[in-house]
Write a protein that binds this ligand. Sequence first.
Ligand code: NAI
Length: 254
Amino acid sequence: MTIALVTGGSRGIGRAIGIALAQAGHDVAINFAGREDDALETIRLMEQAAAMVPGGKTVPAARFLSVRADLADPRQCENLYATVERELGAAGILVNNAGITRDGLIMRMSVEDFDAVLDVNLRAAFLLIKAVSRSMLKARYGHIVNIASVVGLTGNAGQANYSASKAGLIGLTKTAAREFASRGVTVNAVAPGFIDTAMTNVLSEETRADFLEGIPLKRVGAPEDIAQTVAFLCSGAADYITGQVIAVDGGMTI
Ligand code: NAI
């Protein structure tokens, strides 16, 4: 099967994406910046998922890898892909999922907080797309999925840096889709709404209730909601979809 690289795969949405791709039979490398035991737990869950395929058959020898790399550093982005290529082989799937927030109103936002968010959420995605493009274009095969956000479409008070990074990711997605289309490489974005992860656990009950009010399906999303969409976009069933932004948000942006 295909070799997949998922950034920020140690927890939350990235972990669920790794598991969904393992379930689909792919070899998966995850990257992380935080706690190694979280990354090792993702590896364990991916191994478990790969061992169970419909009909009770076992997928032969899927391989999993975790690589520590701080994607705020351009050199570590390049080294990350070099490590994946060396250990597993050229990637046919790239999911740019790693992301951070440094919220604050524009009047009070420091240039450091603006740059820190852009570096991880947007520049790292560009560098990794660049890194995988050589082998994907040569192989005339590849699926790239960028995890954006509904706030990249709508904006959000207090998130100038974050929403600019996600809007930038959408522009990057559409441009890469146009550049790579003639070689059969698809590039899409998924825009999650409010998903239950460590990133959103820090919000107050009041803020959560406010968000819920604006979600027609009346529940917050689960990481698996995003992972299933990503797995679809990385499958042959989605070969004719490119340059799209799919909101997975319970109807928040209707
Ligand atoms: P999370 O905070 O639970 O996980 C983030 C992951 O990114 C972790 O694995 C972490 O190790 C990694 N990461 C952070 N900084 C890094 C760095 N400098 N270098 C390498 N890896 C780094 O976040 P969550 O909620 O799982 O979010 C995943 C993606 O989904 C992010 O891009 C986020 O912006 C996006 N998203 C999340 C939403 C939510 O409601 N949770 C809503 C919309 C988008």
